[in-house]
Design a protein around this ligand. Structure first.
Ligand code: NDP
Length: 457
């Protein structure tokens, strides 16, 4: 075994790991990043980036239809899946290359292979190489968790495989109704795939504000998605034409492709973490403190492998803060309040802060302001489309503690609303802000009287 000395070993070249490595490298640390797949991680290679490209592709269907109401004559458009897959591949290859360049520019050594821990300051590779460093950062992310564990679940694909299907299926069954299930249902339905969403709750997207969930369910139905609420699959069998899913309400469903979008689990298996005493939760998540330090002082972890808030920007912020603290002598703690997120359904969801239900539980008095309207574009396109917005206000101090948007570009809008919430804006600050007309976002500053005043007895 040859031993190589570094100041920092990062395991995993995804969003969190690459950020930490390049910032630490920029501070002059000698850094190695170990990665056994493509540089870029889930977000770049098989998550956020390819997903958004596919979402954008799917939305042209509505554009072609809507254009007619504005005087355009559009010949019957056709869609070619292979062209989209190839274009996506080209783009993620470009981004992955940029990540590699960034690492190289900051003097980071990229090591190819699957690492395990050989001690609190050592990583080992299957070919016998061994790397040592006084700091090790685990940024291995997560992997799809195929559920439920029923006969035939092995026939289901995960989001890892769905991007590169050799042909676009005619019938797609999606198990689950979280971020991934909803985004893929919207996009595949628009690409012309008969799509069924199978979920055990009454509405998709558990955890989001209930009014957003209701509007989303309506939009999914309008887009032609077959919604099967309150059911779970009991088995998946191969059939002459594809797969047959048996459901626990006694019905069955045929599909060419089954996607299990049933959550993700931290990627810590086979790394030898337990052997060196790194404390983990039952689901394999590494337990860390506010400084992202594990129970072993030399070992840190950031991103989805810690199962805190599993979003790319959070992993990046955690990786950056780690490098600033440990190598830049700048104390920084990540603030997990008011983390906004978007669901790239069509229309989109943008959400920040507390839902109505969560605020009602937390504060004795909550005022709810809401509005639902037809966007201007729908007046000429004729599309049955609604925008919905809600502000959740703490009645005591008038602070806006939640904002929820369902509509086109909600992801873009919520990013800006999040700044206001982060600054502690009150409802009066929203009211004092001049509207930009005619926009959808102006409704956020023109809701004058509460639609509901929730008061705890
Ligand atoms: P989510 O945790 O969002 O949703 C999981 C879904 O699977 C839920 O609908 C859940 O149902 C269902 N489920 C779980 N176990 C079972 C089971 N045994 N039987 C039936 N249904 C089951 O996970 P995703 O896979 O959608 O996404 C993973 C993560 O990726 C998310 O946590 C998110 O952080 C991230 N992500 C973020 C995106 C974004 O920011 N736009 C986009 C995509 C992913 P129930 O609700 O009833 O428990």
């Amino acid at each position: 075994m040859s031993a190589t000395d570094f100041d920092l070993i990062v395991i995993g070249a995804g969003s969190g790991g690459v950020r930490a490595a390049r910032v630490a490298g920029g501070y002059g640390a000698k850094v190695a990043v170990i990665e056994d797949f493509r540089v870029g991680g889930t977000c770049v290679i098989r998550g956020c980036v390819p997903k958004k490209l596919y979402v954008l592709a799917s939305r042209f269907r509505d554009e072609f239809e809507d254009a007619r109401g504005f005087g355009w004559h559009v010949e019957k458009p056709t869609f070619d899946w292979a062209t989209l897959v190839a274009a996506k591949e080209k783009e993620i290859t470009r981004l992955s290359g940029l990540y590699e360049q960034t690492l190289a520019k900051n003097g980071v050594t990229l090591v190819r292979g699957r690492a395990s821990l050989a001690g609190p300051d050592a990583a080992a590779l299957p070919d016998g190489r061994s790397l040592r460093a006084p700091h090790i950062l685990i940024a291995t992310g997560g992997a799809p968790a195929l559920a439920p564990s029923i006969p035939g679940i092995e026939h289901a694909l995960s989001s890892n495989e769905i991007f590169d299907l050799p042909v676009l299926p005619e019938r797609l069954a999606i198990i689950g109704s979280g971020y991934i299930a909803v985004e893929f249902a919207c996009l595949f339905a628009r690409l012309g795939v008969q799509t069924t969403l199978i979920y055990r709750a009454d509405l998709p997207l558990r955890g989001f504000d209930d009014d957003l969930r209701k509007h989303l369910a309506g939009a999914l139905g309008q887009a032609g998605v077959n919604l099967r609420a309150h059911v779970s699959p009991t088995r998946i069998d191969k059939s002459a034409t594809g797969f047959q899913l048996s459901l626990d309400d006694g019905s069955s469903l045929d599909a060419d492709v089954v996607l299990a979008a049933t959550g993700r689990q931290p990627a810590t298996q086979g790394m030898g973490l337990d052997k060196i005493g790194v404390a983990m939760r039952d689901n394999g998540a590494i337990i860390v403190d506010a400084q992202s330090r594990s129970s072993v002082a030399s070992i840190y972890a950031v991103g989805d492998v810690t199962d805190r808030i599993n979003l790319t920007p959070v992993a990046i912020r955690e990786g950056h803060a780690f490098a600033d603290r440990v190598f830049g002598k700048t104390p920084r703690i990540v603030d997990y309040e008011n983390v906004a997120s978007a669901v790239f359904s069509t229309p989109e969801i943008g959400s920040v802060g507390l839902s109505e239900a969560a605020a009602a539980e937390k504060f004795p008095g909550v005022d709810i302001y809401e509005t639902a309207f037809r966007p201007m574009r729908a007046t000429l396109s004729g599309r049955a489309e609604r925008v919905y917005m809600k502000l959740v206000v703490n009645a005591d101090n008038q602070k806006v503690v939640g904002a929820h948007i369902f509509g086109p570009e909600a992801g873009e809008m919520i990013q800006l609303v999040a700044i206001a919430l982060q600054m502690g804006a009150t409802k009066q600050d929203f009211d004092a802000t001049m509207a930009v007309h005619p926009t959808m976002a102006e409704e956020l500053v023109t809701m004058r009287t509460p639609d509901r005043r929730l008061r705890r007895a």
